[in-house]
Design a protein around this ligand. Structure first.
Ligand code: ATP
Length: 299
């Protein structure tokens, strides 16, 4: 059940929010959707879900289009969140699950499971407005997964959650993937995407600037980070051509180098100067890649 976007464009008047976006989102994986504010992530989700028509291009899931008759196969956590504040948690989840074809006893069973798992069983009969923002978000997440969707779209699922709740939700996302759910989520937090996703796309002004498998993206980025700890002054390393960043740290330095070859050059330059305690060569972080590809537009 691959989700495929082909040359998708969305215009609002003369403004292009999503520009000729082609993506293949593999099934049973967690796919990360990144981009600065206003990059077009939510707009893309809305088009995938059929909440909004694209101006051009096509979106297909399992070779067909996504229609309302597939609502029971899809779960969505919208960015704007949308629970009824005056209704009790159980009442409204029974109502929302009914729209997706679930009966009351199935819903209550699933709801009890999730409330226990998220350590909030006492909220079952509380009105949503009585819950904190983070706890409302957990309930909203439950409403997106209660019917065991095959495709789950999460718009900024971790925003506004404390670290314990972030971990709880991450674990739930991984377990859902292991159970066979295809998950797409947007986030501004690179470390979450780095930890959870095998595949990702970085959107910039509605256009993908990076897409594919995280491992391949990191490898092809070229730049590497090096951490050196030594019992001599390493400041001279900054002068090596191809060293793009230099930061002194306690007993050494952190470097960014243009390529693997330059890292070997740095290694050679360290020989014979004294005792080198650490020489760590690391792949770039997703944060490094994001800043390089998207960051310039902030300047
Ligand atoms: N209904 C609309 N009418 C006009 N412009 C819109 C509409 N919806 C979105 N936009 C514009 O389209 C662009 C993309 O918005 P979108 O909400 O998809 O971004 P996003 O990547 O989800 O951003 P964020 O990270 O801030 O949530 C923005 O410039 C936004 O102002």
């Amino acid at each position: 059940m691959t989700l495929r976007l082909e040359n998708v464009t969305k215009k609002f008047g003369s403004f292009t929010a999503v520009d000729d976006l082609s993506l293949e989102i593999p099934e049973k994986q967690i796919f990360g959707f990144l981009g600065a504010n206003g990059a077009g992530k939510t707009t893309t989700f809305r088009m995938i879900l059929g909440l909004m028509d694209q101006t051009k291009g096509s979106i297909s899931w399992n070779e067909g289009s996504i229609g309302y008759d597939q609502s029971h196969l899809i779960g969505y956590l919208p960015e704007e969140r949308g629970l009824y504040p005056k209704l009790k948690v159980q009442e409204q989840l029974i109502y929302l699950a009914k729209l997706r074809g679930m009966n009351k006893s199935e819903t209550v069973k699933e709801l009890d499971y999730w409330l226990d798992r998220f350590k909030v069983p006492e909220y079952k009969n509380k009105k949503v407005e009585e819950l904190s923002k983070g706890n409302q978000q957990k309930i909203q997440f439950i409403s997106a997964v209660l019917h065991k969707p095959k495709l789950l779209i999460l718009d900024e699922p971790f925003s506004g959650l404390d670290p314990v709740n972030v971990e709880m939700l991450k674990k739930a996302v991984v377990d859902l993937k292991d159970a066979g759910t295809s998950i797409v989520f947007s986030s501004h937090r690179m470390e979450h995407v780095e930890e959870l996703c095998e595949y990702l796309c970085i959107l910039h002004h509605g256009t993908p600037v990076v897409r594919g498998r995280l491992k391949d993206i990191k490898r092809s980025f070229g730049k590497k980070n090096i951490r050196v700890h030594a019992d001599f002054d390493t400041a001279y390393l900054e002068q090596i051509p191809g060293v793009t960043k230099y930061k002194p740290v306690q007993d050494g330095c952190e470097l960014e180098v243009e390529s693997e070859n330059i890292s070997q050059e740095v290694f050679r330059e360290l020989q014979g100067k004294g005792f080198v305690r650490t020489f760590d060569l690391e792949e770039p972080t997703l944060n490094d890649i994001f800043i390089e590809k998207v960051g310039a537009s902030y300047e």
